[in-house]
Design a protein around this ligand. Structure first.
Ligand code: ADP
Ligand code: ASP
Ligand code: MG
Length: 422
């Protein structure tokens, strides 16, 4: 017998029929002799709908009230799954975020889990009851509902798994694992049987939204065994215990598994960045700090930064990227500081995409970036900015070229699935 957390995303929970399928997957897991806790997302599209209501009600919405609204989608699906399980003859009940509770910090709309009171939950699971937990939501110290940021149900699942000492956290979604790149964009993408925490963390943080970034760092820190697998399966599918999906593993585990590791594990894309260029900034110490300090104060994350070679008259252009959602705010903030910073004008471009190649093999091998630049150059794709980390190279390109760039790089690094490779 094992203790398993099963998480089902929005597409898996989209409507009565889908929920019935989820219930039968859950029932099957319990019938295999396991204690089961289930974490659910809102139905696909529901959270977007709720966010829009908030915007319509008050464009400058109070994040605490936003959380009250957007957390409701998960309340509906958790109740519906408990009802469906009961209709199938299983013992099941829902545990809302405030009922356990799942304690979080107060940062509304992007709260972090601090602790979970799981004693009652575990007792009920031990008594054979299936625990159904709405993902995404928690409770702040001042007793208000919080949410964990978009895609946060993954993090809820990993946090619950850590709190109850689960043997495994299975993340069921609409693809059957983590692929070398988004399989909806590149049909030749290949499913990975294993990926390391470090690589998954990097892939998620540069746009592979199959797992929320925070869920991966939490799993890594708490040593939670995570599997990504499909909920679009029949009763005859390979059981989850036989690990049909993608397992997230430690570096050491990976070394024992795969001697012939690829240099590049995966490619991610992110269309949610925007580029700003500040022209004719004074080329002197402290100038860059006057640009980025106000952005940091406003919690706007700057990602890629380039300071161009200085012009003749002691001036330079500074190019950087911010999340698309923060572009207008960043631009307004900088316009306000125009005299202090001393730039000439701001040029913005939201039609950009960031493409990143990730792989721990880069730590010990040179040439990954060179391959990337050549492959893109051969197809006439212009690189607007570059950033690197120990296991990642990212480039910023024109958004219209995203799919082509990802496909070209997927082939260049030898990642194409064999049966489909040309
Ligand atoms: P859920 O609603 O189950 O949380 P998400 O939509 O958040 O599902 O995540 C699953 C989606 O992630 C897939 O449908 C796929 O399009 C996308 N995705 C992006 N990169 C990858 C990747 N490398 N491997 C698998 N899926 C990926
Ligand atoms: N329903 C939330 C969202 O759409 C959380 C999640 O699905 O993980 O962001
Ligand atoms: Mg998700």
């Amino acid at each position: 017998m094992a203790r398993i957390v099963m998480k089902f995303g929005g597409t898996s929970m989209a409507g009565t029929e889908r929920i019935r399928r989820v219930a039968s997957i859950v029932r099957r897991q319990q019938a295999a002799g396991h204690e089961v806790a289930v974490v659910v997302s809102a139905m696909a599209g529901e959270t977007d709908r709720l966010v829009n209501f908030c915007r319509e009600a008050n464009p400058l919405y109070d994040p605490a009230e936003y959380d009250v609204v957007v957390a409701s989608g998960e309340q509906v699906t958790s109740g519906l799954l408990a009802l469906t399980l009961q209709a199938m003859g299983c013992k099941a009940r829902s545990w809302l975020g405030w009922q356990m509770p799942i304690h979080t910090v107060e940062a509304h709309a992007k709260a972090r889990v601090t602790a979970i009171d799981s004693d009652a939950l575990v007792a009920s699971m031990q008594a054979g009851e299936i625990a159904v937990i709405p993902g995404f939501q928690g409770l702040s110290a001042d007793n208000r509902i919080t949410t964990l940021g978009r895609g946060g149900s993954d993090t809820s699942a990993v946090a619950v798994a850590a709190a109850i000492g689960a043997d495994r956290c299975d993340i069921y979604t609409d693809v059957d694992g983590v692929y070398t790149t988004d399989p909806r964009i590149v049909s030749r993408a290949r499913k990975l049987n294993h990926v390391t925490y470090e690589e998954m963390l990097e892939l998620a943080s540069v746009g592979a939204k199959v797992l929320q970034t925070r869920s991966v760092s939490l799993a890594m820190k708490e040593n939670v065994r995570v599997q990504v697998l499909s909920s679009f399966i029949g009763d005859d599918a390979v059981p989850a215990d036989e690990l049909p999906g993608t397992m997230i593993v430690s570096d050491e585990e990976m070394e024992g598994l795969d001697m012939e590791r690829q240099l590049v594990t995966g490619i991610a894309l992110d269309k949610n960045e925007a580029k700003l260029i500040l022209t004719r900034v004074p080329d002197r110490p402290g100038a860059v700090s006057t640009i980025f300090a106000p952005l940091a104060d406003a919690s706007i994350n700057v990602d890629m930064i380039i300071q161009n070679v200085g012009r003749d008259k002691g001036e330079t252009d500074v190019t950087f990227t911010v999340p698309l959602a923060d572009l207008a705010r960043a631009q307004a903030l900088l316009e306000d500081k125009r005299d202090e910073i001393g730039f000439n004008r701001i040029i913005t471009d939201s039609d950009v995409a960031k493409i990143s190649v990730v792989g721990v093999g880069m730590k010990s091998h040179a040439g990954v970036a060179a391959t990337m630049f050549k492959a893109l150059a051969d197809r006439g794709i212009n690189i607007q900015a570059i950033s690197t980390s120990e296991i990642k190279v990212s480039v910023l390109i024109e958004e219209a070229e995203t799919e082509l760039a990802v496909r070209v790089l997927h082939t260049a690094y030898g990642l194409d699935a064999e049966d489909e490779a040309a």
